[in-house]
Design a binder for this molecule. Structure first.
Ligand code: NAP
Length: 385
């Protein structure tokens, strides 16, 4: 029985993880689950699956939770979550909350020598060097990627020697606006941007996919997960999302991982690693009916967020923290219809030039820079645009 803690239990990755745990209930037991605001959903899951510990990050939601009943212990505040992660008995942390709020919990689980199934890419974008340094001090801890691209690369690299890797190829669906002209992109609505052709995901990552910032965040995530140089990370648009990513080796061989676009598979692999669960209930991939697969270079003029992410990643130090925080606020402003879709990269670009690069930031500095960037964009977005 693997004991599991799920952060972001009420989101899209949380739903898929819990569906798998229901199916394999003899193998996995949830011992802790967390949400931001979705209290009744969390309590229903806890009552169904007998989860003893619940965490509600949002303070008003926590206060309102007192009106509902549950057998579980319920806590709020970052301090109590970190205490729980440091002291609880669990084997695997599923980090599936959205945003760089995940950084502190992930660092705490590493300190407790736990295995982390990481969906929450913003953590690695904002504080990747901190995660990597801490993993070196805690070799019993490890990160298993949940993002489908990174799970694919992780699978392609099994048994391979790192020095024989030439390039990592991240595939991108190209999002909803792959074929839209720059002129048409000026009038993209929130509803348009929340529709993804292949994947059913939470709001923030769906907007990130539409702007291709999601791929940019994944480039930085790949740099930390696979300890490679930015020049070794290539992005290719593959609209069918069948090849989830590939590794190119020094002898020019490619190994790619493929399957239906369904997050259940990489989540399941992270749960069952190093083995694989039998997933007969999912739609299989039939190569005889697949037809042709397309590949094309990303258009960095129409999708400047990808270019900005490469720029911030190569600059390093505090730049990815600024990129991530500016993007989180810009996406939120777009979702609230306060800015246009094409304003998102403008705000990120402005933040990257506004904040000087701070060398080798420690955790306190990362949190400070993250906070300052958020305040800067919230207070100045109208002037910047
Ligand atoms: N969805 C996918 O297919 C997919 C694929 C690859 C990677 N990822 C990554 O996985 C992460 C989660 O994505 P998602 O699509 O599952 O997002 P989502 O559906 O929006 O769910 C996010 C979860 O995080 C919780 N949360 C939000 N803000 C929080 C805060 N401040 N403190 C604590 N918890 C908070 C949410 O609680 P509430 O219910 O209260 O909002 C919810 O449980 C993201 O980093 C995303 O990039 C997702």
């Amino acid at each position: 029985m693997k004991k599991i803690v799920i952060l972001g239990a009420t989101g899209s990755i949380g739903d898929s993880t819990i569906a798998l745990i229901r199916k394999f209930s003899k193998q996995y037991q949830i011992v802790g689950a967390a949400t931001n605001t979705s209290v009744s959903k969390l309590f229903n899951i806890a009552d169904e699956l007998d989860i003893p510990y619940l965490h509600i990050m949002d303070d008003p939601a926590y206060k309102s939770s007192k009106k509902l009943s549950t057998k579980a212990k319920v806590e709020s505040s970052m301090t109590s979550l970190l205490e729980f992660l440091a002291n609880a008995d669990y084997d695997l942390l599923i980090a599936a909350m959205v945003g760089n709020i995940g950084l502190l919990p992930v660092l705490e689980a590493i300190k407790a020598n736990k295995t982390i199934a990481l969906a929450n890419k913003e953590t690695l974008v904002s504080g990747g060097h901190l995660v990597q340094e801490l993993l070196k001090k805690h070799p019993k801890s490890s990160i298993l990627p949940v993002d489908s691209e990174h799970s694919a690369i992780f699978q392609c690299l099994r048994g391979e020697s790192k020095k024989e890797v030439k390039n990592i190829w991240l595939t991108a669906s190209g999002g909803s606006f792959r074929n839209k002209s720059l002129e048409d992109m000026k009038s993209i609505s929130v509803k348009d941007a929340l529709t993804h052709p292949n994947w059913d995901m939470g709001a923030k990552i769906t907007i990130d996919s539409s702007s291709m910032m999601n791929k940019g965040l994944e480039v930085i995530e790949a740099r930390w997960l696979f300890d490679c140089k930015f020049d070794q990370i290539k992005v290719v648009v593959h609209p069918q999302s069948i090849i989830h990513s590939a590794v190119e080796f020094q002898d020019n061989s490619f190994i790619a991982q493929m399957g239906q676009p369904d997050m259940t598979v990489p989540i399941s692999f992270a749960l069952s690693y190093p083995n694989r669960n039998t997933l007969n209930h999912l739609k299989p991939l039939d190569l005889t009916t697949l037809g042709s697969l397309q590949f094309e270079a990303p258009d960095l003029t129409r999708f400047p967020c990808l270019k900005l992410a490469f720029l911030a990643g190569k600059t390093g130090h505090s730049a990815p923290t600024v990129l991530n925080a500016a993007n989180e606020v810009a996406v939120d402003l777009f979702l609230k219809q306060k800015i246009q879709f094409l304003d998102i990269p403008k705000l990120i670009k402005n933040s990257l030039s506004h904040f000087k690069v701070y060398k080798s930031p420690n955790l306190d500095k990362i949190l400070e820079i993250d906070n300052e960037t958020r305040i800067y964009i919230r207070n100045n977005y109208e002037d910047i645009l």
